[in-house]
Design a protein around this ligand. Sequence first.
Ligand SMILES: [Zn+2]
Length: 138
Amino acid sequence: MEDCIFCKIVKGDIPSIKVYENERVLAFEDISPISTGHTLIIPKTHAENLFEMTEEDLKAVILASKKVAGAIRTALSPEGIAVLQLNGRGVNQVVMHYHMHLVPRTAGDSDLPITGWEIKPGDMDAIKITGEKIAAAI
Ligand SMILES: [Zn+2]
């Protein structure tokens, strides 16, 4: 897509700090990182979100995420790595080209906001109804 910043990165029209690429995907450093080593993996073919991704590109992104996360672990020795992918403006997807975030957290860093939610028991009746709705839609 012509106006897409990530398509421009794929084409080389906008520079990026590339860490990995193959024929389907590109991985590069987020320029507004949540933490040191925050890396994005994108398909080279434009797809706005999970719903538009081809199975081949999804597989390629997942396989690349394992490779790149392994490299982050080796290079930075984080305490853990969050894998995050947003779909839609309602969940703050900013660039409308599918991207997977790999967000490492190093010992001593503050908690990642994306992993800091409070765990408390839900309403099991409501959860069951929701689960049934989703299952019926598959
Ligand atoms: Zn794009």
